[in-house]
Design a protein around this ligand. Structure first.
Ligand code: ADP
Ligand code: ZN
Ligand code: ZN
Length: 742
């Protein structure tokens, strides 16, 4: 027998299968996906690798083939199904096979099993009593105490024996030797979900919910497994729909994975699933210990749970019969991995579902452009929930034109209307959220008088200001000199758009000295649980005003918040990225949705220099369709995803000149293999951060309507890089449909 092995070495050159002979004595134990130790290279260095194939024939010179040395028994095996998924990921996202294998195996190390020990009585009552008399006679007090307890309860936990009865292990061993009692142990899995009270679960579904559930179920029963997009406004009851779909899938003996952004994976969410599925659910998150994580994987593998809830990596839960994958808040950026392979959970979930015969349900109040585009094309089936399940109405939204404020002499970041409404809320003892939707590196230049933003003439994204005094485009490398007058209106009020949460906190405190203000941003949440502490303080009404970045608008319900102020919608609108309109729409919609969650109705204020921008207008109107229609036209016009696909090739190197040459050659080579009709190659340009830790960086963007063409280009570039020794000093990686341009 022979094994195909992927060697655990970083080098791209070794990213292929090596064949080894399986020694006779190992044949019975060897399985696909195991980690083994092999002699590798000229010096036969002991090296680790994963078995990805088994065969009876040898493809090389049998006399030269080496043998596997040993099995790494302390390492977790990769499921055969997940090996195929890893191969798919390597092909679609780049990187090496070993990187892909490690990704589909989020828990790699076996952990010591947690055991529970018991002392069990071996004698019948009669003989035990006799023995007890004997101990008492001999004045063997500890032995007598233990035996008396065992006469009472024949099986006692070891903990009780040592702690409560104060009996040492030696005493237990003595009874064991005399065959009076025995110390037994049993493996127990660590369980991070501690709760009680699985309940009779009964919800009366709204008509929209029933239609969604039945549409899904009718197809599922017929064996039609596909992807659904559940588009439902916040509070429309999407979670209830997921639960019912899962309940039905589980009733067929299959299992389900529920992906949730880590920040939303709260106790309340878990409890909603627990109520329906009880102990048959588990969770994965970064707070679990290694032992807990390992045990959850084992419980899933052994069929002890039906539902796994967790962030992105829970997608690789090794269920024996996966039936459904739910991705809640499907539009969230955290579903894209920023490590090689840079996979997107949405696409990878579909690939896994296809391999294993499962369906996928994507849910969101503001679906990503990708998901809605595919739904409209008929690749996904669309399910809609248009109404809130309760009676709450949406907030009343005012859009404030900051240019007008300036004209009226208001230079504060708080518009007159916002000041007025804050004062009113303080009076009424209601709460206020002030939201700064800044994202990553803003740094764009705009005019405070007319709102004009300086953009790249080729890419229609905003130019970023660099310390060298130039304005640059991160897509194509275009640059121009910074002007001091607005090119549109000539005003001198043109400059970098910057505002920080700390500044705003100060301004608010100055203007409303009696208000209690809390601030939530990266600085104030750095300590452990800092995030929860601030949120619960605000929920307990220990503050009147909460100032913060996007982390405050995700999912939390504050019934006493009746006013939300978005201080500058432009902060996310003109970040130098083609997705900025989409993100702004999502953030504004979520922010507006925070107002008036309780019985009192809410109001929201959106302050902006671009009140006419469709992302602002449609968010204020809570009109997803209107936003989508405009945005997809822009994407189509500029050839951005989802209409076309975008492959970013990032190249970094310590030597600036070498990098410049290398990236130019790479582009030229790509041009030669690209399709003349459909492919467009842009750059090399400087990414958002042109130099990081003294390492220079460049990026080339390759656009094509056909993903497979981009894969072909990637594969050919990988070969080109491998055979050209000039690239040895450079680090190159690929990012398909990237989330960030730095
Ligand atoms: P979403 O996930 O779309 O934000 P949820 O599923 O969290 O919505 O539902 C919002 C609230 O409405 C929850 O408190 C939920 O229990 C309740 N709810 C949902 N569907 C129903 C229903 N059919 N009948 C009564 N209450 C419902
Ligand atoms: Zn101007
Ligand atoms: Zn450009």
């Amino acid at each position: 027998m022979f094994a195909d092995i992927i060697v655990d070495i970083k080098h791209e050159k070794l990213d292929k299968v090596f064949q080894y002979r399986i020694p006779k004595e190992m044949e019975e134990d060897i399985r696909l996906g195991m980690e083994v130790v092999i002699p590798f290279g000229m010096g036969n260095r002991r090296t680790k690798g994963y078995i990805v194939g088994l065969s009876k024939t040898c493809n090389y010179d049998v006399s030269k083939i080496k043998e596997i040395l040993e099995i790494s028994h302390e390492r977790v095996e990769i499921e055969a199904k997940l090996i195929s998924l890893a191969a798919w990921m390597k092909e679609h996202y780049g990187g090496t096979m070993i990187q892909a294998l490690k990704t589909v195996l989020p828990v790699k190390q076996k952990e010591q099993a947690k055991v529970k020990r018991y002392v069990r009585l071996l004698l019948d009552k009669e003989s035990a009593k006799k023995q007890l008399d004997y101990y008492l006679e001999k004045n063997q007090k500890a032995r007598a105490r233990l035996l008396a307890a065992l006469l009472d309860t024949p099986v006692i936990s070891y903990e009780l024996v040592t702690k409560k009865l104060n009996i040492s292990l030696n005493v237990v061993r003595a009874l064991e030797e005399q065959k009076i009692a025995i110390l037994e142990s049993e493996q127990v899995y660590r369980n991070p979900v501690t709760a009680q009270g699985k309940q009779e679960y009964q919800v009366e579904y709204t008509e929209e919910q029933s239609i969604a559930i039945e549409t899904f179920w009718k197809a599922y029963k017929k064996g039609i497994y596909q992807t659904y997009l559940l588009h439902g406004v916040t509070g429309s009851g999407k979670t209830e729909v997921y639960i019912e779909m899962i309940r039905r899938v589980v009733s067929q003996g299959k299992q389900a994975i529920v992906l949730i952004p880590e920040i939303s994976l709260t106790y309340q969410t878990v409890m909603r699933f627990y109520r329906c599925f009880g102990e048959r659910i588990s969770i994965m998150n970064s707070r679990l210990s290694a032992g807990e994580r390992y045990d959850q994987m084992m419980r899933a593998k052994n069929g002890e749970i039906d539902v796994m809830i967790g962030p992105r990596s829970a997608l690789f839960t090794p269920f024996p019969k996966l039936g459904l994958i739910v991705i809640d808040e499907e539009h969230e950026m955290t579903y894209k991995s920023e490590q090689i392979p840079r996979y997107h959970a949405r696409e990878t979930a579909q690939a896994r579902a296809k391999m294993e015969g499962a369906s996928v349900v994507l849910g969101s109040a503001t679906p990503s452009m990708e998901a809605m585009y595919r739904a409209k094309k008929g690749e996904y089936q669309l399910l809609s929930l248009k109404n809130r399940s309760g009676m709450q109405s949406m907030a009343q939204v005012y859009t404030i034109d900051l240019r007008q404020e300036l004209k009226e002499g208001n230079r504060s970041i708080l518009s007159y209307k916002l000041q007025e409404l804050i004062a009113q809320r303080l009076e009424r003892k209601e709460q206020v959220i002030l939201f700064l939707n800044r994202r990553g590196y803003a740094g764009f230049i705009s005019c405070r008088e007319c709102g004009h933003v300086i953009k790249c003439p080729h890419c229609d994204v905003s130019l970023s200001y660099h310390k060298n005094g130039k304005l640059m485009c991160h897509y194509c490398g275009y640059e121009e000199k910074r002007t001091h007058n607005c090119p549109a209106c000539g005003s001198r009020h043109i400059g970098e758009f910057r505002a920080g949460t700390e500044q705003i906190e100060e301004i608010v405190k100055k203007q409303f000295p009696k208000a209690r203000v809390l601030r939530m941003d990266l600085d104030t949440t750095r300590e452990k649980n800092g995030h929860e502490k601030i949120l619960s303080a605000f929920a307990n009404e220990e503050a009147d005003i909460l100032v913060g970045t996007q982390m405050i608008v995700k999912g939390h319900d504050f019934p006493n918040v009746t006013l939300v102020g978005v201080l500058a919608a432009d902060m996310s609108l003109y970040s130098n990225d083609y997705r900025s309109g989409e993100r702004t729409f999502q953030l504004l919609t979520q922010a507006v949705g925070r107002a008036g969650r309780g019985e009192k109705s809410g109001e929201a204020i959106i302050q902006t220099y671009s009140p006419e921008h469709y992302a602002v207008v449609s968010a204020a109107a809570q009109d997803y369709e209107a936003f989508y229609t405009e945005e997809i036209q822009y994407r189509a016009l500029m050839g951005y995803p989802p209409v076309e696909h975008l492959l970013a090739v990032f190249i970094s190197c310590e030597e600036e000149l070498l990098l410049e040459k290398g990236s130019k050659y790479l582009k030229e080579f790509a041009l030669r293999i690209a399709s003349k009709e459909t492919t467009q190659i842009i750059g090399p340009a400087n990414p958002g951060i042109g130099k990081l830790n003294d390492i220079y960086r460049k990026v080339i963007y390759i656009k094509d309507e056909n993903y497979d063409t981009l894969i072909k280009i990637k594969n050919t570039l990988e070969q080109y890089i491998e055979i050209n020794s000039g690239y040895k000093k450079m680090r190159i990686y690929f990012d398909f449909n990237p989330m960030n341009v730095f």
